[in-house]
Design a protein around this ligand. Structure first.
Ligand code: PAF
Length: 282
């Protein structure tokens, strides 16, 4: 497995692989890998001839009071997991190389970044799109794989790729959960044992909503209220949003008359967690 820190070298390696007729898949990550990332890697491995994983904790997608400075890192562990997953190259640039002095370009997706996480993290998606566009230009993949846990991010990246005619297939992979249902996330690491218990309220809320819809409830407001009550009955929880919306436009839906996205963001103690499910009416 090659470990590549230089942008130009990564581009050369990808060019060489492309010239050799290889299909390149790319899994962008911020490191501190868990089983959810491993799943993305296994899809990348299966669909491509050459698999690149990127590790870069991207400063531009964190707000001023967010966890950029303390984002968990475990480079050795990540490299071991990447090796076992059959990664061919890990690209791990420095911040200085990705954003040199004088960097001034932006890549933004407008409407769909205003909703859900965009409300409380106003610059977040602009940070994600600029870094993902850069990572695509550097790793030159044919396909790139992202988790459905970050559903809005996946929709935003698909939109960017479509709007900017990037010749890359974007593949979403279902959320991987702990045995007790908690969606895997590098940020779960911040939770105390008591908070970890309360964090289960996200999945419980989603399951409860699913049950309500299965039993015939179609009124989004009623479902959101029930989910809110359930989550707030757990200590340390504070709700950022609970949304039932269109799966592509991400606009609110008052009635569930077609498959819709139920997405939520909840602070458990100081840790902000997100989760979602697609709710179906049949
Ligand atoms: O999902 C993530 O880990 C990050 O947002 C990504 C896509 C690697 C961009 O920094």
């Amino acid at each position: 497995m090659e470990i590549i820190k230089k942008i130009e070298l990564m581009q050369e390696v990808s060019d060489k692989w492309r010239r050799g007729g290889n299909i390149i898949s790319c899994v962008p990550t911020m490191g501190f890998l868990h089983q959810g990332h491993v799943e993305l890697l296994s899809v990348g491995r299966e669909k491509g001839d050459r698999l690149i994983m990127t590790i870069f904790v991207n400063p531009t997608q964190f707000g001023p009071h967010e966890d950029y400075q303390r984002y968990p890192q475990d480079t050795e562990g990540d490299l071991d997991k990447a090796r076992s997953a059959g990664v061919d190259a890990v690209f791990m640039p420095t911040v200085e190389k990705m954003y040199p002095d004088g960097f001034q370009s932006t890549v933004t997706v407008d409407n769909i970044t205003q909703y859900l996480c965009g409300k409380s993290r106003p610059r977040h998606f602009a940070g994600v799109t600029v870094v993902v566009a850069k990572l695509f230009n550097i790793t030159k993949p044919h396909l790139a794989i992202f988790g459905e846990k970050d559903y809005q991010q996946l929709v935003v990246i698909k939109q960017m790729v479509r709007d900017l005619n990037m010749d890359i297939d974007i593949i979403g992979v279902p959320t991987v959960r702990e045995k007790d249902g908690l969606a895997m996330s590098s940020r779960n690491n911040y939770l105390s044992p008591e908070e970890r218990l309360s964090a289960l309220s996200l999945k419980k809320g989603l399951d409860f909503a699913k049950k309500m819809v299965a039993e015939g409830e179609r009124d989004s407001a009623k479902i959101k209220n029930a989910v809110r009550e359930l989550i707030l009955s757990h200590p340390f929880t504070e709700i950022d949003y609970i949304t039932i919306c269109d799966t592509e436009k991400l606009t609110d839906m008052e009635n569930i008359d077609r498959p819709s996205l139920l997405a939520l963001a909840v602070r458990v103690g100081k840790t902000r967690l997100i989760d979602n499910i697609i709710v179906r009416t049949n």
